[in-house]
Write a protein that binds this ligand. Structure first.
Ligand SMILES: [Zn+2]
Length: 257
């Protein structure tokens, strides 16, 4: 199936390193799907506890502020399901333990689509090196998605929590724009994306990200039949036939799919 605006999954989970990463990467698409009743889950590996540079601010206080901001932002996008792994911000590592924690959430939520970052992205433009936490979260997510989440004999102890193996249908990876990316229109939801970003008040005090987001979304949309876009590299792990065979119920309950 070619992925375009017609594709509306039953459920989607976004896995990223910090509060606000999901908004930047894919909140326009998530908000569009949420309006059409897609179940959405946010999985945030750290609580951004190193991300408030103010003297006297402890990591604990910062993580509380940032978790609240993330919950507000997710609510604006269209979900209350927000999970924090509470790994240390700035020191995230793609360990086996983190992989297992992500597998646990995938097996719990059972998302049709998973959004994550690109583990290979180091050099991102002339003035930015991709944050090591972003790379670590991307590696941990990709390794949890395949094969671990769908392999019954990996982390089999999770069955004691009634969590059985689950293979997602598609992975949407966000990274640098290149020819292999699918561009999805966020014309109807770019304002929600910006409103959700602005909920991260501690990050955007005195520096409104709106212009940057509009410009970036416009650049992504160039050459496509839309004003604003988000772009993803899409990997299909379960073909349409297999997905319908195992998840036909979910598709029937969700006629947009
Ligand atoms: Zn980040």
């Amino acid at each position: 199936m070619e992925i375009n605006e017609m594709y509306i999954p039953e459920s989607a989970m976004a896995i990223m390193a910090h509060p606000d990463d999901i908004e930047f990467a894919c909140a326009g698409t998530l908000a569009r799907w949420a309006k059409l009743n897609t179940r959405i889950c946010y999985l945030v590996c750290t609580s951004g506890d190193a991300g408030i540079a103010r003297s006297g601010m402890t990591r604990q206080e910062a993580s509380q502020i940032r978790e609240n901001e993330q919950r507000t932002a997710a609510n604006i996008v269209g979900t209350k399901d927000v999970v924090f792994l509470r790994e240390p911000d700035g020191m995230l590592q793609p360990t086996m333990e983190v992989r297992k924690k992500i597998v646990r959430e995938i097996r719990r939520f059972r998302p049709e689509v998973i959004f994550c970052g690109d583990p290979n992205l180091v050099w991102a433009g002339e003035t930015y090196i991709n944050h090591p936490d972003h790379r670590a979260a991307a590696t941990a997510a990709v390794d949890a998605i395949f094969p671990a989440a769908g392999q019954p004999n990996m982390f089999e102890e999770l069955s004691q929590e009634n969590l059985s193996a689950f293979k997602p249908r598609k992975v949407f990876t966000s990274g640098l724009l290149d020819d292999n990316q699918t561009v999805l229109s966020i014309d109807d939801t770019i304002n929600i994306k910006i409103k959700a970003l602005l909920a991260h008040e501690s990050q955007f005090k005195g520096k409104d990200p709106s212009d940057y987001v509009f410009e970036r979304a416009k650049a992504v949309a160039e050459g496509h039949n839309m004003k604003y876009g988000e772009s993803f590299k899409i990997t299909t792990l379960e073909n349409d036939e297999m997905w319908e065979k195992y998840h036909g119920d979910a598709i029937d309950r969700h006629p947009g799919a």
